[in-house]
Write a protein that binds this ligand. Structure first.
Ligand code: DHB
Ligand code: FE
Length: 302
């Protein structure tokens, strides 16, 4: 049986990709940021060793633009190349998918009444490649398969935090019903507080960010009900990226334990945050519809 064994939250600031690619991660400005990921790099390589990461992220007008804006999209392809974001693609390996698990998750989510967009071909931008760099450094090939799960947080209206949490629960149900033994992690990326443009550019709210990280731990579900306007007002226009962390948290079930946590200001125009969570009681509520829809689908094809 496949299982979700851990959740990771991380910012995806593109400057960190540039720093890593240019060997500047030990420069005075970047060292405290990269140092905060050291624990995780050791843990993931020596102990956690996931087979697959479901990488919840957002595209920044690289794969999608205003011609198509999927709210939730799942990558079912074999591989994804790093996107050219205006100065050439990052010199990092292609991301290798896990089509069998991805299609299984797509089916389970859709029968669970989450109407996913299915993507078989796309390039992936800093939203996906920077978290990989922070966790794995600069290997020849990424040592893990990745299922990209893209969320619209770029164009209004993004999904609610509550819907994101519920999607996480549905992802856990999907993974739990996959027959092959797989060690699966889920990562929620983006954030933390930041606003990149306009009169409030540079806004950072460390107190709010830390309260948000507190709320990911234990068995509280208080973060589900934060309205969009609170993210915008308290954490800046791009702080809305944090709803993606709630998909990760929802997939970890009832209760979590924090293994590692890191917060640093500044990084570009943002605060960066990072957390590693383990499920304590991974129970997720049953779906009101999945079983019935699955049975109907099975009988239709048999
Ligand atoms: C920047 C871009 C992002 O997408 C983000 O989430 C944080 C920072 C930047 O351009 O600095
Ligand atoms: Fe971003």
């Amino acid at each position: 049986m496949a299982r979700i064994t851990a959740g990771v939250g991380s910012s995806h600031v593109p400057l960190l990709g540039v720093a890593a690619d240019q060997g500047k991660d030990q420069d005075a400005y970047f060292k405290p940021i990269f140092d905060g990921y050291e624990w995780t790099r050791k843990w993931i390589a020596d102990e956690a060793k996931p087979d697959v990461v479901i990488l919840v992220y957002n595209d920044h007008a690289s794969a999608f633009d205003m011609s198509i804006v999927p709210t939730f999209a799942i990558g079912c392809g074999e591989r994804y190349a790093p996107a050219d974001e205006g100065w050439g693609p990052r010199p990092v390996p292609d991301v290798i998918g896990h089509p069998d698990l991805a299609w299984h998750i797509a089916q389970s989510l859709i029968l669970d009444e989450f109407d996913m967009t299915i993507i078989n071909e796309m390039d992936v931008d800093h939203g996906l490649t920077v978290p990989l760099t922070m966790m794995y450094g600069a290997p020849e090939a990424w040592p893990v398969k990745v299922i990209p799960l893209a969320v619209n947080v770029v164009t209004y209206p993004p999904p609610s935090g509550n819907r994101c949490w519920a999607l996480g629960e549905a992802i856990a149900r999907a993974v739990n019903s996959f027959g092959e033994d797989l060690n699966v992690q889920i990562w929620g990326t983006g954030g933390m507080s930041h606003q990149l443009q306009g009169p409030r550019a540079g806004l950072i709210n460390a107190e709010w960010d830390n309260r948000f990280m507190d709320g990911l731990v234990g068995d509280t579900q208080a973060l589900r009900s934060i309205p969009h306007i609170e993210y915008l007002r308290e954490t800046g226009s791009e702080g809305i990226e944090m709803v993606m962390w709630l998909i990760m948290r929802g997939a970890l079930g009832k209760s979590t334990k924090c293994l590692h946590r890191h917060y640093h200001v500044p990084c570009s125009n943002t605060a960066i945050g990072h957390i590693v969570l383990e499920p304590v009681d991974g129970t997720v509520p049953p779906s009101p519809t999945l079983e019935g829809n699955n049975a109907a689908a099975q009988s239709a094809i048999s």
